[in-house]
Ligand binder design. Structure first.
Ligand SMILES: [Zn+2]
Length: 499
């Protein structure tokens, strides 16, 4: 007997058995009956070229939000009590690129995009002696130290004595801008020589950004970083240094966007006061050079079919299944904007929750870069909360296995919207299309113009969405709340939240 055939027989038998079990476990739920055409239709709309890559604040992004809201209406979801509609509006702003800039010191003329990056602020045309203020983070000796900087160009050291990672470097930079503005400086210039390579800094900041205005931090002070690798411009720390600094500054315009939130009321008189948030981001990175990756005239739209129309379809599938047969706990269906531009939608929600966070017992997020294994779902944080059994049962009901913690080196748990909830203490794993490592098959589509719906396995998309819906149901029906496992880095903040 052919060994391959015998394997095939075993595989066929196994498939038949698992199909029979599937029917037994999930046949009575609406998620079993939703036709594949629905997932496909949602996907083909959300990832369509007409939506131009759904960049946060763009018309395409707002059309996606409108589509999601009207699907909620059609399904029978309700806005959260006190909300006029399904939108949680966020007044984001678009900060354009500086179109010109030059910084002259001695015989060196630093050019925009090469050794000079404009971080923020309006146009300036300044010349004069600079004031060096250490790290520019306070009034101590290694800071302003009593110097009067009103109307002056302030030069400071990049980073801070403690800052190591990008987040800390940017946070310190924002603090410096705020303080320099408070002190009445005319401009702030940082001598940058930190751990993130200068090339990446330039690439990131020499393009449009979408930002959440933060009081004080977005003061109109003009703020630049100059490339001080090898202490090339260390002389600017000395007294009597004269410079010329001219730039167009960065133009700001409103880029309103919104999270889309619909409520499904639980059936249990007590448990309905507890909320499970199902979430997925619906924004993507836009079109042409907004995408930050290669594109061609024939395909310049970053459709984001996998990232994250895929998850948005999962969210709509869960909404449809859960409203049709409601679970014991209430479920907030939350489509998030602004993920690609810094998790802005989820951060905004976590700071301005529509429902009390202490009654929000779980967040089951979906996000992903793509998939290369259609026999599994991958779950980032599977082992970190008490909902492992529900996640595995939810996937199993649709013939899918679960792979825990794919690509650990990528630090994915802290790179998607789930972390905005986790940081507040809410247990929050991310459900992801099947992959085990971030290999060439994933990179092929991740943030690339070819991530379009035509290249999808719609059968897998549908099963994935059904598995997600069923998992959400099992969690919302659990008699007890799933919490962080002991020793998790978010356990303490979780205890604090729920007391
Ligand atoms: Zn993405």
């Amino acid at each position: 007997m052919n060994p391959r055939l015998s394997l095939l027989t075993v595989a066929l038998l196994a498939a038949t058995t698992s199909l029979a079990q599937t029917k037994k476990t999930a046949a009575s739920f609406p998620e079993q009956r939703i036709p594949q055409a629905e997932s496909e239709a949602h996907m083909r709309f959300l990832a369509a070229d007409e939506l131009q890559g759904r960049r946060t604040g763009s018309i395409g992004n707002q059309i996606a939000a409108r589509y999601i809201a009207e699907q909620y209406r059609l399904m029978g979801l309700k806005p959260v009590t006190g909300q006029a509609d399904f939108y949680q509006r966020i007044a984001l702003e678009r900060v354009g690129m500086a179109s010109s800039g030059v910084f002259v010191t001695g015989n060196d003329s630093l050019k925009l995009g090469k050794d000079l990056v404009i971080m923020a602020g309006g146009p300036v045309d300044l010349s004069g002696e600079v004031v060096y203020a250490g790290y520019g983070l306070g009034d101590a000796e290694d800071g302003y130290n009593g110097r009067d900087v009103k109307g002056r160009i302030v030069v400071v050291q990049g980073g801070s004595p403690e800052a190591k990672g990008p987040q800390e470097i940017f946070r310190a930079s924002n603090q410096k801008r705020k303080l320099a503005a408070e002190k009445g400086a005319a401009a702030l210039v940082e001598l940058y020589s930190e751990s993130i390579p200068w090339g990446m800094v330039g690439q990131y900041f020499n393009r449009e950004q979408i930002a959440l205005p933060v009081a004080g931090v977005n003061a109109p002070l003009t703020h630049a970083w100059i490339n001080n690798t090898n202490n090339k411009f260390g002389r600017l720390k000395e007294v009597g240094q004269r410079v010329v600094f001219r730039t167009s500054g960065r133009p700001k315009t409103a880029a309103p966007s919104m999270n889309v939130a619909g409520l499904i009321e639980g059936t249990d008189p007590t448990l309905k006061n507890e909320y499970v948030i199902v979430s997925a981001h619906f924004d993507h990175i836009g079109v042409g050079k907004q995408g930050g990756n290669a594109y061609s005239p024939s395909d310049s739209i970053f459709n984001g079919a996998r990232d994250n129309a895929f998850g948005t379809v999962g969210l709509l599938t869960a909404a449809k299944a859960l409203i049709e047969q409601r679970p014991k706990r209430s479920v907030l269906v939350l489509a998030l904007t602004g993920e690609e531009v810094g998790l802005l939608g989820s951060r905004y929600y976590a700071e301005n929750p529509l429902l009390p966070l202490k009654q929000t017992i779980f967040n089951l997020n979906i996000d992903g870069a793509g998939y290369n294994d259609t026999t599994i779902v991958s779950v980032i944080g599977l082992e970190r909360t008490g909902a492992k059994a529900e996640i595995e049962a939810g996937a199993r009901a649709f013939g899918l296995g679960v792979f825990a913690e794919p690509a650990p080196e990528q630090g994915l748990f802290d790179r998607s919207d789930n972390v905005s909830f986790a940081a507040k203490g809410v247990p929050a794993p991310t459900f992801s299309p099947g992959f085990k490592s971030f290999d060439a098959d994933i990179a092929k589509y991740y943030h690339q113009a070819i991530d379009n719906p035509e290249s999808l396995d719609f059968g897998y998309l549908h099963k994935f969405c059904q598995a997600y819906a069923h998992t959400a149901r099992l969690i919302a029906d659990r008699p007890t709340r799933p919490f962080w496992i002991a020793g998790d880095k978010y356990e303490a903040v979780g205890k604090e939240l729920y007391k």
